[in-house]
Design a protein around this ligand. Structure first.
Ligand code: ADP
Length: 590
């Protein structure tokens, strides 16, 4: 019943309307009925009195003939449903239709009764009062009885008031019955009408519940043009708007989610109390953690890093942006720049965005640049110092000493040569690195190129008695920048000669594997210690600085090789064993 309160209320209102309107009508009806029926009864009583008055002889009254008068009232009284009383002009009761003659004699004087008093003074007397004789409320009507113009007595008719009430109750009963019927009708009608009114509302509730659950597949049926129909239309429109808004928000969320998760930077979003709202996959990767989306827990529980925690706290407390560099050793050895920016909502800090930026590469490049400048300066300084020293010695008089001056000038020339070599290598390196010069790709046979480069090294090869083993097939063609490839081979062969043992060997081989060509330059030289292997492609890195310098090396050869090969989208690797030789392998895509 409570569930259908509206239904109940509607029925109740019908019920009340009928009850109140009927009640008001019944009240006034009853009032006027009571008045009218009383008047009617009174009028008919007066008429009856007049009729009886006309039948009686005033003479018997004058003579106070009680016996005759008694017979008269009794005979009429038995015919009409009223009590008839005859009173003398002095108020003495002479006859009464409902009393025995003895009782009549004992009846008290009626001269002081209001109706009798009025009748004896020539008027129509009427009154309602309690009858001591009959012990009930009665309506009295009295008329004067005249004889030749003078009043000789009074004739009184009385009926019990209960009969008036009876008449009234008969009417009241009808009214009450009518009212009960009307109330039942109202109830039935109210039921039907309210059920009809409620039905669309119920349907509306059902469908709007679905709306609330996010199901917009159904629309509220709109079968009327009244307020309820209008409400249904408004709700449908609202649902439509809501659906498109939700769709829009979902799409936006998906976009944001996609951006968020595909970001290279790690992003952590925390709320005002420092609880993680979301973290992206970059953060998960950096810290080797997994975080369930939507789960809220304190930052330290997910990422056990005090630096991040502190910087986040600072941003949350002060509302300022903070940054800090963080070196991680586990799970990866990297350097990160962490920035914490507060998020404001209505001017109050409501959360914080922590962005983790991998700056390892930037740092590495910075260090490299610094080292490079230091190395270049150092490399330039050494030959320059020597040149300066020998030139000064020559100026100081050694020039006169023919034998020494020649030797000094030779050394100066060697150092100048070294300087030139260094500058050439640096220029090459910077040209390759800047990638300004595009590759001039041609297809050529590798064997031919190796032969050409080897011919430039004939003297050194002969001097060291090196054995050249060329296993390259004549039809191994490669597509590359020929000049750059020549430089690669020159540097590799130069090293293979420089770091070889007398009577050692240099072997060339090449083959095509899938979509690349693999070329190997192998020597039986001094080899490279395992600890140095990972670094020999760095600029200016030399295993034995003195030896390399002595042999005219700049420490740039292999880094030039690596750059050129990478420019060709290939890779270069080295395998080496100290005392046994080194094996340089590089690939060029077909
Ligand atoms: P460099 O001008 O000194 O030759 P590179 O960059 O060409 O500079 O080589 C770097 C270092 O790697 C050399 O100094 C040397 O120590 C080592 N190296 C290169 N090639 C060989 C090799 N074939 N055998 C042994 N050591 C080598």
């Amino acid at each position: 019943m409570f569930k259908e309160r509206f239904h109940f209320k509607l029925i109740l209102s019908y019920f009340l309307v009928v009850l109140i309107s009927f009640g008001v009508v019944a009240f006034f009806l009853d009032r006027s009925l009571e008045k009218n029926s009383f008047q009617d009864i009174k009028a008919s009583l007066v008429n009856q009195t007049i009729l009886i008055q006309n039948q009686m002889s005033s003479e018997q009254l004058i003579r106070s003939n009680t016996v005759d008068l008694m017979a008269f009232v009794r005979s009429i009284g038995s015919k009409i449903n009223a009590r008839i009383t005859i009173v003398s002009s002095k108020g003495k009761v002479l006859a009464d239709s409902q009393r025995s003659p003895d009782e009549v004699l004992r009846m008290e004087n009626h001269a002081d009764r209001r109706e009798i008093r009025a009748a004896l003074s020539g008027q129509v007397g009427e009154d309602t009062h309690y009858s001591n004789t009959l012990k009930k409320n009665m309506l009295y009507v009295a008329l004067p009885v005249q004889d030749q113009g003078s009043i000789v007595g009074a004739l009184r008719l009385a009926i019990p008031l209960t009969s008036v009430d009876k008449t009234l109750w008969t009417v009241r009963e009808i009214v009450i019955m009518g009212m009960i019927l009307a109330v039942f009708l109202a109830f039935g009608l109210g039921w039907i009408v309210s059920a009809k009114t409620i039905q669309p509302i119920k349907r509306m509730i059902q469908v709007s519940r679905k709306f609330a659950e996010g199901d917009f597949s159904r629309a509220i049926p709109q079968d009327s043009r009244d307020e309820i129909g209008e409400l249904a239309a408004t709700l449908n429109k609202m649902a439509n708007d809501l659906e498109s808004k939700i769709y829009e928000i979902q799409t936006q969320n998906q976009h944001l989610e996609a951006i968020f998760s595909s970001m290279i930077e790690g992003v952590i979003v925390v709320n005002g109390s420092g609880q993680v709202i979301s973290i992206n996959s970059a953060v998960e990767k950096i810290f080797a953690i997994t975080h369930k989306q939507g789960e809220r827990c304190p930052l330290l529980e997910i990422i056990r890093n005090n630096d991040i925690f502190e910087i986040m706290n600072k941003a949350l407390i002060t509302g300022n942006v903070f940054s800090k560099d963080l070196s991680l050793n586990y799970p990866v050895k990297k350097i990160f720049r962490i920035s914490a920016s507060p998020v404001f909502e209505k001017g109050v800090v409501s959360g914080c965005l922590v962005v983790i930026h991998d700056i390892t590469e930037i740092r590495r490049l910075e260090t490299m640049r610094r080292d490079f400048v230091a190395n270049v300066s150092h490399e330039l300084k050494t030959p320059l110092t020597s040149i300066k020293g020998y030139v000064e010695a020559l100026l100081d008089g050694a020039l006169e000493d023919k034998e020494h001056s020649r030797q000094f000038l030779k050394i100066v020339s060697e150092h100048a040569e070294r300087l030139g070599q260094l500058i050439n290598d640096l220029l090459d390196l910077s040209a390759i690195e800047s990638q300004e010069v595009a590759l001039n790709m041609t297809t050529f046979d590798l064997k031919g190129l190796v032969q050409k480069v080897l011919s430039n090294f004939q003297t050194q090869i002969g001097k060291q008695g090196l054995n050249i083993i060329d296993e390259l097939s004549k039809d191994l063609m490669i597509t590359a920048d020929r000049a750059r490839m020549e430089q690669v081979l020159t540097n590799l062969i130069d090293n293979a000669i420089k770091f070889n043992k007398p009577g050692g060997s240099i072997k060339f081989s090449g083959r095509k594997i899938e979509n690349k060509i693999e070329i190997v330059v192998e020597d039986s030289g001094i080899g490279i210690p395992a600890t140095d292997v990972p670094r020999i492609f760095e600029r200016f890195y030399r295993v034995d600085k003195a030896r390399s310098r002595e042999l005219g090396g700049t420490g740039l050869g292999l880094s030039i090789v690596k750059h050129i090969i990478e420019q060709h989208h290939g890779i270069v690797e080295v395998e080496s064993s100290v005392g046994f030789g080194s094996r340089f392998l590089f690939t060029i895509p077909v």
